[in-house]
Design a protein around this ligand. Structure first.
Ligand code: ATR
Length: 315
């Protein structure tokens, strides 16, 4: 305390951040700074808007400045992996890095998305071993989900995507790594959904369908009935209650929104940066979630106002 002013940042405070394009709407600075506070870690987390042409310079510059590490988000995750000296198994398999650690002149890359996806399931006691999964989507997020489910021992994963060739690509790259998991691909059609629903335990929306401002869209047509007893998991968190989750709730099903995945992948990043085990992830997540819910509803309100004023879609 100097001159009655509280100063948290000192010369020994470590620097962390996220690079993305765009990144101005990212919740990561609020989330990570709240986690750092709760954990009592002397570090500060910022958001950096970096276009693709400057990515390498930005990452090497951050390393040169002595940053502890960075998160990497859209569209940089594949390029970031290429800049790393070392990659964890997850990163190598998925060809992406969302977390970079700078240590002794080397860049270590990891992706915390698979762990972020799995942890909310663990926290609710849902074991993937032997389960049948419908995975809607075949982009970067869906790859992380397929990898995580297969690694946890899911019996089958049916990947349905608007562009079926991408679903086929996904299973070609992940399938051969997990002999005990039967991965299949198809188009996201009524018929495919209906037949996949005949034997399923977990349905995951890993597309961007239902994200603000298209909040009335769902990857699931109204006339496809979800079977009883399954868990519906939406990776979308803006809004929290997507149309897909509302459809599931209307059938009395258990649901999981995408905000916990965001929180758990952030905790996993902290473990990677500080190279130590963080205790009680669930308690941390519980404490930080209301902070994020508030930030999210403020963000959505300001986006709504922007649309009302400008009549245009914002990012
Ligand atoms: P991310 O990294 O978040 O996964 P992405 O790689 O761009 O983002 O993938 C977006 C996913 O959402 C894809 O599976 C995409 O389907 P296509 O492969 O056919 O493009 C899916 N998606 C986006 N908009 C969609 C829509 N309106 N209907 C169905 N699927 C959609």
């Amino acid at each position: 305390m100097a001159y009655g002013v509280e100063t948290r940042i000192t010369a020994s405070t470590e620097t962390l951040g996220v690079v993305g394009h765009p990144v101005r709407h990212s919740l990561s600075p609020i989330l990570q700074n709240a986690l750092l506070d709760l954990l009592g870690i002397d570090a500060c987390y910022h958001a950096f808007e970096v276009p693709p042409r400057s990515l390498s310079q930005a990452i090497r510059g951050a390393a040169a400045l002595g940053f502890r590490g960075l998160n990497v988000t859209v569209p940089h995750k594949p390029s970031a992996a290429e800049l790393c000296d070392y990659l964890t198994e997850e990163s190598r398999t998925l060809g992406v890095a969302n977390t970079l650690l700078f240590r002794q002149g080397k860049i270590h890359g990891h992706t915390t998305d698979p762990m972020g996806f799995l942890y909310p399931l663990r926290a609710r006691g849902f074991a993937l071993q032997g389960k049948n999964v419908i995975l809607i989507g075949a982009g970067g997020a869906a790859r992380a989900v397929a990898y995580a489910c297969a690694r946890e021992g899911a019996a089958t994963i049916r990947v349905l995507n608007r562009t079926p060739e991408k679903a086929a690509d996904l299973i070609r790259s992940i399938g051969p790594l997990f002999a005990d998991c039967h991965l299949t691909a198809a188009s996201l059609s009524h018929d495919e959904l209906r037949s996949a629903c005949e034997d399923v335990d977990l349905m995951v929306n890993a597309t961007s369908v239902g994200m603000w401002p298209h909040v009335d869209n769902s990857p699931l047509p109204e006339d496809v009935e979800l079977p009883q007893g399954i868990l519906a998991y939406d990776l979308v968190y803006n809004p929290l209650r997507t149309r897909f989750l509302r459809q599931a709730e209307a059938r009395g099903l258990a649901t999981q929104d995408g905000l916990d995945m965001l929180i758990y992948q952030a905790i996993a990043s902290l473990e990677f940066w500080f190279e130590k085990q963080i205790q009680d992830w669930e308690e941390l997540a519980k404490r930080v979630r209301p902070v994020l819910e508030r930030a999210l509803s403020q963000e959505l309100r300001s986006l709504e106002k922007g649309v009302a004023k400008n009549g245009a879609d914002l990012p």
